[in-house]
Design a protein around this ligand. Structure first.
Ligand code: NAD
Ligand code: AHE
Ligand code: ZN
Length: 369
């Protein structure tokens, strides 16, 4: 079938809106009509050429919601008409990783997914007879896409696509990092570095978990008001701090934070986030994605003296199990998504979403098909 897609032909170039061919679903695959998709910083990261797994030409996008249009042979858990959110972290419920409660990183299709291919090693998208690659197993910058059954969360039918698409990445990543990865306790002191589409969700997760002190750190003063609305108790702009940021934050938190979260992808900030965690027990969670070749460093003494460094992908959530629950939290008014969606646009204007992100003017842009 013919589909409308924003194609990434090469790194650093704007997306190009084209009519692309899409083959139907094969064994274990599902054809989904994408109704809405968010634009995440990770899409920009890959498009910029900084992603070691970035391949071109490809159809990016990994924060979508839509409806099942057709299912391939062998598909049992989904049927035509089901409402779904595609999962870049699938949940097969059978692999060694899914069977280990310590991780959400299902590996059953990870290698082909990283090569921009479906699990059988081929692409369903093509342009002028030449394959166009998938991205993160989801390719939501197309109005129809093919996704493995194990990479789709079935969601309730009354949830609005143009809001719950954000649960496909940003909302789950931020709230999940607090609830599932760090397991923040009531009364904790938390520091969040980067108050964008992910960091603001970390803030609302910390409020949900009952944190006492929630410090937000961002270079953009325009982020303060929204962060306060989501539960931030103290705002720090590093540009306004005289001297080193780490001792400033240690002093503000009276000895260091119980939990810190890096939501930028900056390795210098990752170090600061670790070093302002409390001696003896503080945990620092890396969420931000850093460019190819970047490395983190600190004095090992920081870890010897009881700080913990860890990371979180998709908020530690098991998508088919947890995403429908997070949709319920939204529908029950427990979490706010609407305020964070600052811009919506048709697919034809998707490059505006990248410009708005670059200028720090949007929190989340959502493309509505
Ligand atoms: P964003 O662009 O919306 O937000 C980034 C924020 O960081 C902005 O508010 C910006 O002003 C701030 N910032 C930039 N440099 C800073 C600095 N030196 N000090 C303080 N603040 C600074 O991006 P986003 O969509 O929130 O994504 C954030 C990061 O999380 C990206 O690296 C993205 O790739 C990554 N991410 C990771 C996962 C995961 O599963 N681990 C999921 C989604 C996104
Ligand atoms: N391809 C990159 C890494 C990108 C990355 O870390 N992705 C996150 C999700 S970001 C969503 O906005 C993730 O889930 N990582 C786990 C995984 O298996 O990809 C690189 O550096 O190669
Ligand atoms: Zn994302």
């Amino acid at each position: 079938m013919k589909v409308r897609a924003a194609v990434a032909h090469k790194a650093g170039a704007p997306l190009s809106i084209e009519t692309v061919d899409l083959e139907g679903p094969r064994f274990g695959e599902v054809l989904v009509e994408i109704k809405a998709t968010g634009v995440c910083h990770t899409d920009q990261f890959t498009l910029s050429g900084a992603d070691p797994e970035g391949l071109f030409p490809a159809i990016l996008g990994h924060e979508g919601a839509g409806v099942v249009v057709d299912v391939g042979p062998g598909v049992k858990s989904l049927k035509k008409g089901d409402h779904v959110i595609p999962l870049y972290t699938p949940e097969c419920r059978e692999c060694e990783y899914c069977l280990n409660p310590k991780t959400n990183l299902c590996q059953s299709i990870r290698s082909t997914q990283g090569q921009g291919l479906m699990p059988d090693g081929s692409s369903r998208f093509s342009l002028d007879g030449k394959p166009v690659l998938h991205y993160m197993g989801t390719s939501t910058f197309a109005n129809y896409t093919v996704v493995p059954e194990i990479a789709l969360a079935k969601i309730r039918e009354d949830a609005p696509f143009d809001k719950v698409c954000y649960i496909g990445c940003g909302v789950t990543t931020g709230i999940g990092a607090v609830i599932f990865t760090a397991k923040v306790e009531v009364g904790s002191k938390v520091v969040v570095f980067g108050l964008g589409g992910i960091g603001l969700n970390v803030i609302q997760g910390a409020r949900l978990a009952g944190a006492d002190m929630i410090v937000g750190v961002d270079l953009n003063p325009g982020r303060e008001a929204m962060a306060r609305k989501f539960g931030m108790t103290h705002f720090v702009n590093p540009k306004d701090v005289e001297g080193d940021l780490v001792p400033y934050l240690v002093s503000l938190t009276k000895g260091g934070a119980d939990y810190t979260f890096e939501c930028i992808g900056n390795t210098q900030v990752m170090r600061q986030a670790l070093e302002c965690a409390h001696k003896g027990w503080g945990t620092s969670v890396i969420i931000g994605v850093a460019p190819a070749g970047a490395e983190i460093s600190t004095r090992p003494f920081q870890l010897v003296t009881g700080r913990n460094w860890r990371g979180s992908a998709f908020g530690g959530a098991r998508g088919r199990t947890d995403v429908p629950k997070i949709v319920d939290w939204y529908m029950d008014g427990k979490i706010d998504i609407d305020s964070l969606i600052t811009h919506t646009m048709p697919l034809e204007k998707i490059n505006d979403a990248f410009d708005l992100m670059h200028r720090g003017e949007s929190i989340r842009s959502v493309v509505v098909y």
